[in-house]
Design a protein around this ligand. Structure first.
Ligand SMILES: [Ca+2]
Length: 171
C-alpha cells in the first residue's frame, strides 16, 4: 500500500508534516469544527452560523461548485476535520461521501494525503512550498501566506525533535 512517504520529496518526513499541518490548522484536531468559506457560497446566500452572519461572495463558484451546492447546500462550502480540508478539495480528489464525513480524522486523512500528493506532483519540494499550497491552493502564485508557512515550518521542526525516531523513516 502506498504511504505518504512514497511521494514526499527527499528529506521530508511526511508523517511529521501531516501532524504539523493538523497542529497549525486545529491544534491537532482539538478545534476541528467546520469552517465556512464564503467564496464557495453563491452570492446572495446568507446564513447565521453560531451567531455569526455568513454571506456568500460566489468568488470561487463555478458549475462544479454549484452542482455540489445544490446537492449539499451550506455543508459543501466548508472545511473539515483535523487538517481542515475543504469539501471541494476532497471531492476533486475523488471523495464521494457527504461533506461532514470529512470531519473525522479517519474520514479525511486519505484525501488529505491525496491532496498532498497532488501538491508534490505539481512541484512543491520543501515544507514551505507544501504549506503554501495547502493553505493557498498552490505554491507558484502570488498568494504566499507567510505567517501560515512559518507556523507549519516551526511545528514541523518541533515534531522532528519530539519524535526523532520517525524522522526519515519510510512509512
Ligand atoms: Ca500560494
Amino acid at each position: 500500500m502506498k504511504t505518504i512517504q512514497d511521494f514526499m520529496p527527499p528529506g521530508i518526513d511526511g508523517n511529521a508534516l501531516l501532524i504539523a499541518i493538523a497542529m497549525v490548522e486545529t491544534e491537532g484536531g482539538r478545534n476541528n469544527c467546520p469552517r465556512f468559506e464564503v467564496a464557495y457560497i453563491p452570492k446572495g446566500e446568507r446564513f447565521t452560523v453560531q451567531g455569526r452572519v455568513i454571506e456568500g461572495t460566489g468568488a470561487c463558484v463555478n458549475s462544479i461548485v454549484l452542482e455540489r451546492w445544490q446537492k449539499w447546500g451550506l455543508a459543501s462550502a466548508a472545511s473539515y476535520g483535523p487538517w481542515q480540508i475543504l469539501y471541494h478539495t476532497a471531492a476533486d480528489r475523488h471523495y464521494r461521501g457527504c461533506p461532514w464525513g470529512l470531519w473525522s480524522q479517519a474520514g479525511s486523512r486519505p484525501f488529505v494525503v491525496a491532496q498532498l500528493e497532488r501538491i508534490v506532483c505539481k512541484g512543491a519540494r520543501s515544507i514551505e512550498e507544501v504549506a503554501d499550497a495547502w493553505n493557498s491552493g498552490n505554491h507558484f502564485d502570488q498568494i504566499v501566506p507567510h505567517r501560515y508557512i512559518a507556523k507549519v515550518v516551526a511545528e514541523y521542526k518541533r515534531q522532528l525533535k519530539i519524535r526523532p525516531a520517525v524522522a526519515g523513516r519510510k512509512g
